[in-house]
Design a protein around this ligand. Sequence first.
Ligand code: PLP
Length: 320
Amino acid sequence: MTNLPTFDDVVSAAQRIQGHAHKTPVVTSRTVDEELGARVFFKCENLQRMGAFKFRGAFNALSKFTPEQRKAGVVAFSSGNHAQAIALSARLLGIPATIVMPHDAPAAKVAATKGYGGNVVIYDRYTQDREQIGRALAEQHGLTLIPPYDHPDVLAGQGTAAKELFEEVGPLDAFFVPLGGGGLLSGCALATRALSPDCMLYGVEPEAGNDGQRSFRTGSIVHIDTPKTIADGAQTQHLGQVTFPIILRDVNDILTASDTELVESMAFMASRMKLIAEPTGCLGFAAARQIKAELRGKRIGILVSGGNVDMARFASLLGI
Ligand SMILES: *Cc1c(COP(=O)(O)O)cnc(C)c1O
């Protein structure tokens, strides 16, 4: 892949989203520092607009639309945070948005997407292919399709989260970032190599779906069936054509966390730090806890990627 995005694209994205996305807080905890024997900085994208970092990439991508693209509108297919990020960004920019969602998407997510002004098109997860539907809508109505991770403007936008972290706390020794299709990790990798070049950068994915780890270690993209995990933001089946080469070049390793470890980290963050993270948002912290012996005395960054978990599910995951 030639013409991969660079840190300059992250810098431009930061300018585009400024005043629209939150500069999210960086939270520290003495309890965590004691547990890990390290100085730990949590970048709280669970406190981003619509509850996840995905607002950054979506807003950046839509900001670059031409007047013709703006008029015709955007289409996205997602049951999760990307749908809400596109719907909210489109509303803020006055762009019509069509979101293709599965018939069994949680009612709260459909309602949230509609609440942000998105036009929701429902498809049957078992008999219809969402990409086909998305592409057909795009062709019929001249809409621009924005994918959830495999797009230069999306990943450049996601990288602004890491840029903010390094600008606030300075260089780090290790940085843990959740991994699905790799938009967040590749964008953060561009920022890490520019602002903290010697930092060990880890992507963290669910143990049940370690396609990213296998891809990273074999050097070619591995495809898997949709993994069964509570980390619904990282149930992707493969890395992207744009995200993978950046990850291969700039990331140090890919780690995994089990659902049990995610629940433990989620409970710890809620009870000790008063932070509500969704299961996927806990991947980074869970992995850091696994290798804490290696982190002793170091300065560590953890990206908490999102907080969209409804309270009934949160309670049942914690066994309340
Ligand atoms: C989408 C998402 C991820 C994974 O991001 P990718 O760019 O697909 O790797 C991680 N956490 C949350 C909360 C998400 O919504």
